[in-house]
Design a protein around this ligand. Structure first.
Ligand SMILES: [Zn+2]
Ligand SMILES: [Zn+2]
Length: 137
């Protein structure tokens, strides 16, 4: 059982939410859709039991994109700043929380890298690159 109340927000802080649910899995998804929609190497998503997403503010800025076709893929985001926000998937059976949108600490840690075969050719090189604080000149 990982029942917990979590809060989160978007970058511009117009949208704030709270969710009470049971967290099931935390994974990095390397699929092509996640790479496109994040503009990055992978999406950090927490899968949870369906539960109510309470929009504490900015509900009018919450925009939903359902990927056409059979592939269950949805992106919910702030229409002002583009930040990812939680959503119930099309089947209504799973709740997804973009981990980076949370302001509270999740009670679980990443346990899987999914769609590993779809990972970008540069992902692993990035993991072993030198670490620095701030930008590189
Ligand atoms: Zn925003
Ligand atoms: Zn994905």
């Amino acid at each position: 059982m990982n029942q917990s109340v979590m809060t989160g927000s978007c970058l511009c802080k117009r949208v704030k939410y709270s969710i009470e649910t049971e967290l099931q899995e935390f994974y990095f998804c390397h699929c092509g859709q996640c790479r496109k929609v994040t503009g990055s190497a992978f999406a950090s998503n927490i899968q949870a039991k369906p539960g109510e997403i309470k929009w504490l503010s900015g509900a009018e800025h919450v925009k939903r994109f359902d990927y056409p076709g059979d592939r269950l893929f949805t992106k919910v985001f702030c229409s002002e700043c583009g930040s990812g926000l939680p959503f119930l998937n099309k089947s209504g059976k799973k709740l997804f929380i973009p981990a980076g949108s949370l302001d509270s600490e999740p009670s679980i840690l990443p346990g899987h890298n999914i769609f590993w075969g779809d990972r970008s050719s540069w992902f692993e090189a990035g993991l072993s690159a030198p670490k620095s604080e701030g930008f590189v000149d």
